[in-house]
Design a protein around this ligand. Structure first.
Ligand SMILES: Nc1ncnc2c1ncn2[C@@H]1O[C@H](COP(=O)(O)OP(=O)(O)OP(=O)(O)O)[C@@H](O)[C@H]1O
Ligand SMILES: [Mg+2]
Length: 274
């Protein structure tokens, strides 16, 4: 599942890490693929000496494929089985324009690597995307079965989500397998202000039935990321239990094969707001 929004700072990485934490607590073997040159998911998982992981995977001569670049995260096993990671590194930003000029086509690199490499040790694969609709995000959209759009309840959110859904629809038309399916829109950093409520209502009106249970604004969420800890390990901090529960609810809504949730193949294709 790719976690996307071309808008920066809305909480894509936070949601990836929260879902990875919930998956870990639930005993789900999870692989996080960090497709963002900023590498926030990589450091959020406690890896600070990333090497060339995702760059190696996306370059043509990717010797060893996925297995060669997967490494353990630094989360402890106290919560549950720690996620595995394909780390990012800043060189990825330089690679993106190089890939774009590759005459062999560069949109399907990640899809090919994951198709060859995802095995039973990866029940759930979460792809953290950069804040753009560039080639890296496009690679994620071609590789993923499912998409989670993350947004904040703020001005431009409805327009930003519309643009993202249009892109997903264009990719779906290009793929032969009627994928990726939209899991929904995760509204992150919902505060208890009138403004937050207003923009959340605007999103629910624009995308009826597509908005997932929200993740609220809580200091514990930012704190977990800053300390490279799973939110489930912050037990006694105020708000940590509530935040962990919100990510569990979100995880439950992902129709990945082991979850027992319904698949969304019958749900309407993503499109413009109703
Ligand atoms: N629910 C939340 N409660 C409190 N802080 C949050 C929450 N969600 C995100 N944040 C904070 O907001 C900031 C941006 O979040 P994050 O890095 O996850 O966004 P992003 O969409 O991945 O950004 P980018 O587009 O740069 O990759 C971070 O400092 C994060 O800790
Ligand atoms: Mg991010």
């Amino acid at each position: 599942m790719a976690v996307v929004n071309q808008k920066g700072g809305v909480g894509k990485t936070t949601v990836v890490l929260g879902l990875a934490s919930a998956a870990s607590a639930g005993g789900v073997a999870t692989l996080v693929v960090d497709l963002d040159p900023q590498g926030n998911a990589t450091t959020g998982l406690g890896v600070f000496d990333a090497g060339s992981g995702i760059e190696q995977l996306l370059t043509e001569d990717n010797a060893g494929g996925l297995a060669a670049v997967v490494r353990a995260s630094a989360w402890s096993s106290e919560v549950g089985p720690p996620p595995l990671l394909v780390p990012s590194s800043p060189g990825l930003a330089v690679l993106e324009p190089q890939l774009a000029s590759d005459p062999l086509g560069a949109q399907g690199r990640l899809a090919a690597a994951l198709a060859d490499g995802v095995g039973s040790d990866h029940q759930l694969v979460l792809i953290d995307c950069p804040p753009s609709l560039g080639l890296l995000t496009v690679n994620a959209l071609f590789a993923a079965d499912l998409i989670l759009v993350v947004t904040e309840p703020g001005v431009w959110a409805v327009d930003g989500v519309a643009r993202m859904l249009q892109t997903i629809e264009r990719i779906r038309l290009r793929r032969s397998d009627d994928r990726p399916g939209l899991v929904g829109i995760a509204v992150n950093r919902l505060g208890r202000t009138r403004d937050g409520r207003y923009w959340n209502e605007q999103l629910e009106e624009a995308y009826p039935g597509r908005c997932l249970p929200p993740v609220r604004l809580r200091a514990a969420v930012a704190e977990a990321a800053a300390h490279s800890l799973p939110i489930h390990a912050l037990g006694r901090r105020p708000g940590a239990v509530e935040a962990a529960a919100e990510f569990e609810v979100l995880l439950d809504r992902i129709p990945w094969s082991g979850s027992g949730s319904r698949t969304d193949s019958e749900s309407p294709t993503p499109g413009s707001p109703a």
